[in-house]
Design a protein around this ligand. Structure first.
Ligand SMILES: O=C(O)CCC(=O)C(=O)O
Length: 311
């Protein structure tokens, strides 16, 4: 077999500027990521830096009002960069809310200052999201109001708030549910691969790491460098070291050359739908606040799951 020396150039998934397209369930659900750019209602309600303070005072996990003011438990990555909710990757650290907000606002973001706060959704955010039309458009296509209400209630009870500082990465992994990532403050870059690419993305075996996570790191950066080489928008002296970096990567992970990545940059007001089983890596390009709203696979989708998703 000839060795591949290049990586594919990522594309952007189906993009829409209004909530979810009417044919979402038939055409995209469980088959393709969908990117909603600049959802008008959400954009109007997006978090400002001041809003961050309110978010914290409204969050259940928070504060410990001691003599030094409110404190919050955040995660620090053991390698300084990659954050998974697993003690092999992160450790809890207590920090004052004011200091944490300072780190979130810091656009330069030193490695030492990288921290991630993850929690359930404060009621204020639930209300904000419930008032938008997002959930209506992704609810099961049923006219049964009780079924819809149960869907919304369950999705909100499982929803997660993500507050990160510049440079935090959620490494390549997949989820067993459908998910919307709603961006409220700052920017994130999301690289995502179709479910069939999982066999080329080196999942852990449960001993070396969790089975829903990949061994491959910094996927976004390597694809970004490959795309720059492809476009030729780099200085001459950078060409050889970058090609060398890609060659080394492909020596370690040759199957990644066969994947079909999508890359999406999320700004406040943007929403990304990711189907179950699609591996993704998420990098915070600045301090960021986002929310994930998940929902379960239906019985047909569970039956249709590949063996590697059953564990
Ligand atoms: O935003 C992040 O850092 C991770 C989000 C994620 O993995 C998800 O929404 O499934």
């Amino acid at each position: 077999m000839t060795k591949q020396t290049h990586l594919p150039v990522p594309t952007t998934p189906a993009t829409t500027t209004q909530a979810f397209p009417p044919d979402f369930h038939r055409k995209y659900k469980n088959r393709l990521p969908v990117f909603v750019k600049g959802h008008a209602e959400l954009r109007a309600a997006c978090t400002t830096v001041e809003g961050l303070r309110c978010l914290f005072s409204a969050t259940g996990g928070l504060p410990n009002e001691g003599s030094g003011g409110a404190r919050v438990n955040v995660m620090k990555a053991l390698d300084g960069e990659n954050f998974l909710d697993d003690e092999r990757y992160t450790e809890p650290v207590s920090i004052s809310v004011e200091d944490f907000i300072g780190h979130v606002k810091d656009t330069n973001g030193s490695e030492r200052g990288r921290m991630y706060y993850r929690s359930t959704l404060p009621e204020s955010l639930k209300a904000l999201l419930a008032a938008s039309d997002i959930l209506d458009t992704i609810c099961p296509t049923t006219s049964d109001a009780t079924e819809k209400q149960a869907f919304v209630h369950r999705s909100f009870s499982l929803a997660r708030l993500w507050v990160s500082t510049t440079g935090c990465v959620t490494p390549l992994h997949y989820d067993k549910c459908h998910g919307l990532l709603v961006q409220l403050y700052g920017r994130k870059r999301f690289i995502v691969f179709p479910r069939d690419d999982a066999g080329s993305l080196y999942l852990h075996n449960g001993i070396t790491g969790p089975t829903h996570a990949s061994r491959v790191r910094a996927v976004d950066k390597i694809f970004e460098n490959a795309a720059r080489l492809h476009r030729g928008d780099i200085a001459q002296e950078e060409t050889i070291p970058l090609q060398q970096q890609i060659d080394n990567f492909l020596d370690s992970y040759p199957k990644v050359a066969k994947t079909t990545p999508y890359v999406i940059e999320l700004d406040p007001g943007d929403i990304l739908y990711t189907p179950p089983g699609y591996l993704h890596e998420v990098a915070s390009l600045s301090g960021s606040v986002s929310v994930t709203i998940p929902w379960d696979m239906c019985p047909d989708e569970l039956d249709d799951r590949p063996a590697w998703m059953a564990f």
